[in-house]
Design a protein around this ligand. Structure first.
Ligand code: NAP
Length: 232
């Protein structure tokens, strides 16, 4: 990794596949330091092999406040607050009418997509506020701004992200930003779950990251509270 004054500490949740994995590769290639997490231990081990220190990858379930608290304590003492915090980790329900979604599946979507984002904010953002700088990007969706059949739990969680983020933006000191981000439509495991084979018509995560990472790097305090979309 090349070091420069412009190198940022980028914290990304959900780096084991999809957009998180592709963003990790792109940020690292540009000389930024990536701190990432996910639940799959073998995938985290593989990331450690591909991106050595000062990058850091941990097995963390963001839906566990205790897990996130331990992770944050360790990251903040070893590395310090992130400059860019990307709340990317999320899950989607299997396609079904709302009344057919099992209780445990509905709860899991809310636990990861809303409570997980809040757990990460709770344990990392106070350290960013102390420095009075930094950008928090909470991954929303087109389905955080529109609706569709068969994905009501996911839609509900992403509409929540829009409101949560815009409220939080009003709580931050000057010099910081929180924004909800619609990343676009990208051929990942999540998209294949809801779109089926037609997911292959969309860009792959590596192509997407070529545009998304520079876009993320230029978000600043002037964008605070603005719902943004990756221009793909
Ligand atoms: N793909 C699209 O077209 C699209 C469109 C709109 C919005 N988005 C949003 O973009 C983000 C990334 O989506 P994606 O398509 O890349 O999804 P994906 O391929 O399913 O990847 C999701 C990532 O989140 C991690 N994750 C899930 N639950 C977790 C938990 N409890 N704790 C920690 N990590 C967890 C997964 O890793 P583990 O399984 O290892 O935990 C994985 O690395 C999501 O917020 C999604 O809602 C995607």
């Amino acid at each position: 990794m090349s070091k420069s004054a412009n190198s940022r500490i980028v914290l990304i949740t959900g780096v084991t596949k999809g957009l998180g994995e592709a963003m990790t590769a792109k940020f690292a290639s540009l000389g930024h330091r990536v701190i990432g997490c996910g639940r799959q231990a073998t995938a985290i081990e593989s990331l450690r092999g591909r991106y050595s220190a000062p990058h850091r990858f941990d097995v963390v379930d963001v839906s566990s406040d205790a897990d996130v608290a331990r992770w944050a304590k360790s990251v903040l003492s070893e590395i310090g607050p992130p400059d860019l915090l990307l709340n990317n980790a999320a899950i989607i329900n299997r396609n079904a009418a709302l009344w057919d979604v099992p209780v445990a599946e509905f709860d899991a979507v809310i636990d990861v997509n809303i409570k997980g984002v809040t757990n990460v904010i709770r344990h990392f953002v106070p350290s960013m506020i102390e420095q009075r700088c930094g950008v928090i990007v909470n991954f929303s969706s087109g389905w955080g701004r529109s609706a569709s059949s068969d994905v009501a739990p996911y839609c509900a969680s992403k509409w929540a992200i829009e409101g949560l983020t815009q409220s939080m933006a009003q709580e931050l000191p000057d010099g910081m930003a929180a924004i909800p981000l619609d990343p676009g439509i990208i051929n990942t495991e999540m998209l294949r779950s809801c779109f089926g084979p037609s997911a292959s018509r969309y860009p792959d995560p590596v192509q997407w990251a070529e545009v998304a990472v520079p876009f993320l790097l230029q978000i600043s305090a002037k964008d605070n509270g603005e719902p943004l979309s990756v221009p793909i």
